[in-house]
Write a protein that binds this ligand. Structure first.
Ligand code: ADP
Ligand code: MG
Ligand code: MG
Length: 191
C-alpha cells in the first residue's frame, strides 16, 4: 500500500517530469491536436504541487483528492477531467487497497470519463497494458515505453486527434506520453 507521504512524493515527481517535458508534449500535440497538451499539463501539475506541497501528514486519499481538484480546475483541455477522474477514483481506494487495485480504479475512471473503447488512441490505451502488468507484478520501464509506442499505429477516433482521421496514424498520443510520466514516477517511488 502507498502511504500519504509516498503518494505526495509520487505526484511531486510526476509534476517535475511534466514540467521538464512541457515543450515535448506541446510538440506531440501540435502534430495531431492543438499543441497545448504540455502547457495544459504543466498548469495542472503546478496547481497540484501548490495544493499538496505542505501536506506532510495527510492520508493518501486526501492527497489524491486535492490533486484531482487541481487538475480539473486548472487544466482546461480534455486531459484535465481525465486525470481528475483517475485521481478521484484512486482516492476512493488508496487508503485500503494495494497498488494494482488503486491503478485499476484509476483506469476505470479514465474509461468512464472518456467514453473511449480500446484502440481509439487515447490515454486509456496506454493505461490498460500498464495496469495489467502491474497486476501481474511485471511492470517495468520497458512495459511503460512499449505501451506508449503502441499508440503510434492507432487511428484516433476520440478527441481532437480524430479530426485528422488516418493522419493521426504514425504519431504518439500526447496524453499517453504524459501518462507514462505518472507511471515512471510511480516506479521510482515504489522501487
Ligand atoms: P485538448 O485535446 O482539449 O487540447 P489536451 O491536449 O490537454 O486537451 O489533451 C489531449 C489528450 O487527451 C489526448 O492525447 C488523449 O490522450 C486525451 N484524450 C482526449 N480525448 C479523450 C477521450 N475521449 N478519452 C480518453 N482520452 C482522451
Ligand atoms: Mg491539445
Ligand atoms: Mg486544447
Amino acid at each position: 500500500k502507498l502511504t500519504g507521504k509516498q503518494t505526495r512524493a509520487w505526484l511531486l515527481n510526476f509534476s517535475a517530469k511534466i514540467q521538464e517535458k512541457k515543450q515535448d508534449l506541446n510538440d506531440l500535440d501540435q502534430a495531431i491536436g492543438d499543441g497545448d497538451h504540455g502547457s495544459n499539463m504543466a498548469r495542472g501539475v503546478h496547481a497540484v504541487e501548490e495544493a499538496i506541497k505542505n501536506e506532510n501528514h495527510t492520508p493518501a486519499s486526501e492527497i489524491l483528492k486535492k490533486a484531482a481538484m487541481a487538475m480539473v480546475s486548472k487544466v482546461g483541455g480534455a486531459s484535465g477531467p481525465l486525470y481528475g477522474t483517475a485521481f478521484l477514483e484512486m482516492a476512493k481506494v488508496i487508503d485500503t487497497e494495494e497498488l494494482p487495485t488503486v491503478l485499476a480504479a484509476g483506469l476505470d475512471g479514465v474509461k468512464k470519463r472518456s467514453k473511449a473503447d480500446a484502440d481509439e488512441k487515447t490515454m486509456a490505451d496506454m493505461w490498460a497494458p500498464v495496469v495489467k502488468a502491474l497486476q501481474e507484478k511485471k511492470l517495468t520501464k520497458d512495459v511503460i515505453n512499449e505501451s506508449v509506442e503502441a499508440t503510434k499505429e492507432l487511428k484516433a477516433t476520440k478527441g481532437r486527434a480524430s479530426y485528422l482521421n488516418e493522419g493521426s496514424i504514425g504519431h504518439l498520443d500526447p496524453g499517453s506520453v504524459s501518462s507514462s510520466y505518472l507511471f515512471f514516477a510511480l516506479l521510482e517511488e515504489v522501487d
